[in-house]
Design a protein around this ligand. Structure first.
Ligand code: ZN
Length: 288
């Protein structure tokens, strides 16, 4: 029998089959790899999505944390404001409104009024050391500060008069009336007296004086010192020159609290010029 296929043919055919088989196997392997790769890509994509979602959630949490903190801060602030308002209201409630009341020939302090607590004035500051004068207990520290500050600058202020009760004033006025007749009204009128009944008001003079309250006190260096410094201690001149309400009284100083006195000084105003409602805004810090 004649050989149809030579040995060479067989070898070639074998080689061809081997090549085909290898290629097919390689393709199969490649397709497996491609599949695996696309699986990995899908996984990666999913992971990225999850990560993005976690990020979103995280930033959402952060935002709510921040807003929660803000709310808390606001709440804290509100509590602070409320308690300070309560504090201010409490101070106003406990501060006698009369202490910042404007008096006039129409509005007058009740004859039964007495200050909450009076304290004696150290006699070294009195013009007449045999007399006894009292002042509102919580005004005294401010007055003493002022007198000491003056003394340090060789301004020795003397007190001629301080707290006067309704009956003190009545007898004083009848003495004046006996001496001066109806002319007494000109310098012992009721308006200025009300302020003395409060226990926050004093009549001042310089050291070497006769002790008579005279308008020439307004030309002394003691008076100049007072106009430049008294406000720092809460004292103001009730009736300055050419005021529209009452006669000029350079000796008559009233405690209105440091805050209000400073405000009046910086505005170049006097107490009786300011609106009563505006004045009452200073009641809370009256003794500070
Ligand atoms: Zn006076």
């Amino acid at each position: 029998m004649k050989k149809i296929f030579s040995k060479t043919h067989l070898l070639v055919a074998g080689a061809v089959i081997l090549v085909f088989t290898s290629v097919a196997y390689a393709e199969y392997k490649y397709s497996l790899l491609v599949n695996k790769n696309s699986d990995l890509e899908i996984n990666l994509e999913n992971t990225q999505k999850e990560l993005a979602q976690i990020k979103d959630e995280n930033s959402g949490l952060n935002t709510s944390l921040i807003s929660e903190k803000d709310r808390n801060d606001t709440f804290q602030k509100q509590i602070g404001e409320i308690s300070s308002t309560v504090g201010v209201l409490e101070k106003i409630k406990n501060t006698d409104k009369e202490l910042l009341q404007k008096y006039s020939k129409v509005y007058f302090l009740n004859e039964n009024y007495t200050p909450s607590k009076l304290t004696p004035i150290d006699s070294i500051y009195l013009f007449n050391k045999t007399k006894k004068f009292q002042i509102h207990e919580r005004v005294w520290p401010h007055l003493e500060d002022m007198l000491q500050a003056g003394a340090k600058q060789d301004i020795n202020i003397k007190i001629i008069s301080a707290y006067r009760s309704f009956s003190d004033q009545s007898s004083l006025k009848s003495t004046y009336k006996t001496l001066y007749g109806s002319g007494a009204n000109a310098f012992s009128a009721d308006q200025g007296y009300s302020e003395h009944q409060l226990g926050t008001t004093i009549d001042l003079d310089r050291e070497s004086t006769t002790g008579n309250l005279v308008t020439s006190f307004g030309t002394t260096k003691t008076f100049t010192w007072l106009t430049e410094n008294a406000y720092k201690y809460g004292f103001v001149l009730s009736y300055p020159k050419e005021n529209k309400f009452y006669q000029y009284e350079p000796w008559h100083w009233r405690f209105v609290g440091i805050e209000l006195a400073k405000e009046l000084h910086s505005e170049g105003k006097y107490f009786y010029e300011m609106d009563q409602r505006e004045i009452f805004n200073y009641l809370a810090n009256f003794f500070d």
